[in-house]
Design a protein around this ligand. Structure first.
Ligand code: ADP
Ligand code: MG
Length: 399
């Protein structure tokens, strides 16, 4: 919940006071704001449209009455209809994934389970929603969940003594779409429940689609039996190549009402990495600020991009990595980012220390050494680094 309010506060110190009076429920993928009356709802909707439209989650606004109705109905199907097959640009790197998803949407159960994986911002979530939306329009019962929401829901149902209902509601679907399954890591009870539902759906030849940022075999702290189920159907990688990136840049430029000429296309191509999310963000900013005379230096951008990707891997913000801290998870991410600045970007220890707000070069030296040692000694850790490294290389265009 704090994220959204922080965002409002960064825009408008006064509005945040008003927003605080509403009930706000925030999950990793959406925000639900519950207002006391319809007038408030209208005001909030208007305000969001004019000031907060670029918040990176879906924002739902409901009056208290509507909110109660939602609670009674239980969780919705979770589908977002702005992600469709028609607005998905197809190229070499995502063609197979696209075709398989399209086919599944009209004949679920054909390729099950389907496991889609690839780096951040490459259209995995987009494809899941497109598949679900089309299937739903054809009359199939579909449910889409981020693993974190699935898990939260399960815990609530356990506490409320409603776990049977929970199981039933999932097992009765034709299609289960589960996003970001790498976050199953360490969630033992969720894995147990998912396994049950999985079996149930498989027996009845229903469709399961899973999406992750890494291959099933590269997932840490997920039970063997679940991993072997994940890998038992079709496993497909989704990527982004230069040619597809070019088509996407053109599509997004025209979508945002910008000219699709060489100058604009090249400017975006040169200043973005291999992530459609990044391309979209860049074009949104471009729309506001126009093209700058000089593009920021290439290496600076690479560092910032590296930070962003490592931070996202650990569910942190890039700024978190630039501060020294005692918090273990943050510290680890910080050291890993330093390590890759050295190994992938070839930065010197003092450059790295400076970038990460350290006093002198020994802090970077020490951190990087520690990561190198752990990479040698700890197989799981080495795996994780490999995944990040692979994503980084693609993301920074180093391949
Ligand atoms: P992922 O789930 O792989 O991290 P998303 O599906 O969230 O990525 O995609 C990030 C953004 O990029 C979304 O707004 C999505 O609509 C857009 N996008 C990704 N791939 C494509 C594509 N091939 N064509 C059009 N838009 C795309
Ligand atoms: Mg996604």
């Amino acid at each position: 919940m704090r994220d959204f309010l922080l965002f409002v506060e960064s825009r408008d110190r006064f509005a945040v006071g008003l927003f605080r009076q509403f009930k706000i429920e925030e999950t990793p993928s959406r925000v639900l704001i519950i207002t006391p009356t319809l007038e408030y709802k209208r005001w909030v909707l208007e305000y969001i449209k004019s000031r907060l439209a670029d918040y990176n989650k879906e924002i739902l606004v409901k009056t208290k009455e509507e909110g109660n109705a939602v609670q009674e109905e239980g969780y919705k199907d979770g589908l977002q209809d702005r992600y469709r097959f028609e607005n998905f640009v197809v190229g070499k790197c995502n063609e197979l994934a696209y075709k398989v998803c399209f086919e599944i949407s009209s004949s679920p159960g054909t390729y099950t389970p389907l496991f889609l994986y690839g780096g951040v911002g490459l259209g995995k979530t987009h494809l899941l929603h497109a598949l679900g939306g089309r299937a739903k329009s054809l009359g199939y019962k579909v449910v889409y969940r981020q693993v974190s929401d699935f898990s939260e829901e399960m815990i609530k149902s356990l506490k409320g003594g409603k776990v049977e209902e929970f199981r039933k509601s999932y097992s009765s679907k034709d299609i289960l779409l589960l996003d970001d399954v790498q976050f199953l890591s360490g969630k033992e009870r969720t894995q147990v429940e998912l396994f049950r539902i999985f079996e149930n759906l498989q027996v009845r030849e229903k469709q399961i689609v899973l999406v992750s940022d890494r291959h099933p075999k590269e997932m840490a702290d997920v039970s063997e039996r679940l991993i072997s189920r994940f890998a038992s159907g079709i496993v497909l990688e989704i990527g982004l190549d230069e040619e597809t990136k070019l088509s996407i840049v053109k599509q997004k430029l025209s979508l945002f009402g910008l000219p699709v000429d060489d100058a604009h296309v090249n400017y975006v191509m040169e200043n973005t990495g291999y992530s459609v999310r990044e391309i979209e963000g860049f074009i949104k900013t471009l729309k506001l600020t126009g093209m700058k005379e000089k593009s920021p230096s290439e290496t600076l951008q690479k560092e910032e991009r590296l930070l962003r990707l490592v931070a996202r891997h650990f569910n942190l913000k890039p700024e978190d990595l630039k501060r020294s801290t005692k918090e273990r998870k943050v510290l680890k991410a910080r050291h890993i980012a330093m390590y890759f600045c050295k190994s992938l970007l070839g930065k010197s220890y003092s450059e790295i220390s400076r970038l990460f707000g350290g006093a002198d070069h020994t802090s970077a030296l020490y951190a990087i050494k520690k990561i190198e040692e752990q990479r040698q000694a700890d197989r799981k850790f080495a795996y994780m680094l490999e995944v990040i490294e692979k994503n980084l290389k693609r993301f920074l265009g180093l391949e």
